[in-house]
Design a protein. Structure first.
Length: 353
């Protein structure tokens, strides 16, 4: 009896130590959570390339290094250039607005006065002074918000460099030893390997689908949006295309945050055919890219309803920031997976009782 109590006491102590040390370990790694997440995702996306190289080269370190070179050239360098372009152009726009805000407001006031003479708009009885003041406040708030966030981004350069270095360093080992890591997790985790395989598959499939289709859809929308802006004579068409690409991660709304105001402003300024072209082209073509491809392609891969993809993506962005467009659907996918396994695991116990 005393031996059983002693054995039970030792197990309880060991369990407490296990949980405590595990929590501390997670706490230590928490600052690098997003760096490790992106390292895992990018490594999993480029795993087929590593496998193809490893068939011709026997050295795992060399294979992983060559795969890293391809990742840097094909993914990291283009993304870094786009981010740099976005920051520089946004700062330029902010400075331009501060320097010429009176001219912009003057143009806006003239457009309002011209429209107020039209019979259709005259019936609306616009309060021009109110609209101008509120528009100026909105522009100021938006530009200050963007500039402050860019300032925070540039001021945290050291932290960003550290996170980036951790991501690259971790990615090398995830590419080289990814299968070993998965095997070790399966061996050490007290869960049926079949169920664990299901969770790992759901995580990787959902994450890679979110990453892949966001970049595909965002790229298509950014190119089409930038092209139509260039054709209609909007300045800085390239930067607006990049912004549409970045905002495409927001489902349903996405790049419309850019092209809807742009089309309306063109109409208000008297550029009728340009405004109509932007609104028609973007509402038909660009919206179709988002509304049709995202649910069909991503939903088919992750087996989730379009509504759940929409809600989990928005919720992920709200909770986790930029990385939430991946983490949101992943959490939703794992939620569905565990509830799918629940009756399978406990059905026998329910039947016996």
């Amino acid at each position: 009896m005393e031996d059983k109590q002693q054995n039970r006491f030792e197990k309880i102590v060991f369990f407490i130590l296990l949980v405590s040390i595990s929590v501390l370990f997670i706490y230590v790694l928490a600052p690098f959570f997003y760096a490790l997440l992106w390292a895992v995702l990018i490594a999993s996306v480029f795993a087929p390339l590593y496998n193809a190289i490893s068939k011709k080269i026997a050295n795992p370190n060399l294979c992983s290094s060559l795969t890293m070179v391809c990742i840097i050239i094909c993914l990291i360098v283009p993304v870094a250039l786009l981010i740099d372009l976005l920051i520089m152009e946004t700062i330029d726009i902010y400075q331009s607005f501060n320097a010429y805000s009176s001219n912009w407001m003057g143009t806006f006031s003239e457009a309002l006065r011209a429209l107020s003479k039209k019979p259709l708009f005259a019936k609306l009885h616009w309060n021009q002074a109110f609209l101008i003041n509120k528009s100026q406040e909105v522009f100021k708030i938006l530009t200050d918000y963007v500039f402050n966030h860019i300032s925070d981004f540039t001021q945290n350069t050291i932290l960003i460099v550290v996170q980036f270095a951790v991501m690259l360093y971790s990615m090398f080992f995830f590419i080289r030893d990814g299968k070993k890591f998965v095997t070790t997790i399966k061996e050490k985790t007290p869960v049926d390997n079949r169920h664990l395989d299901h969770f790992i598959k759901q995580f990787l499939t959902t994450a890679k689908s979110s990453l892949k289709f966001t970049f595909v859809i965002g790229g298509v929308q950014g190119v089409l949006g930038g092209l139509i802006f260039y054709i209609t004579g909007i300045e800085r068409a390239l930067i607006w295309g990049v912004l549409m690409f970045a905002l495409s991660i927001v489902p349903a709304v996405g790049s419309a945050i850019i092209w809807v105001p742009a089309g309306i402003i063109m109409l208000l300024l008297g550029n009728i055919w340009q405004g109509v072209t932007i609104l028609l082209f973007c509402s038909i073509v660009i919206t179709s890219v988002d509304n049709l491809l995202r649910p069909i392609l991503m939903g088919r891969d992750v087996e989730m309803h379009s509504l759940l993809i929409f809600l989990s993506t928005l919720g992920g962005l709200a909770v986790f920031g930029f990385s939430g467009f991946i983490l949101g659907p992943v959490i939703a996918s794992l939620f569905l997976a565990i509830w799918k396994l629940f009756p399978e695991i406990y059905q026998k116990e329910f039947d016996q009782n």
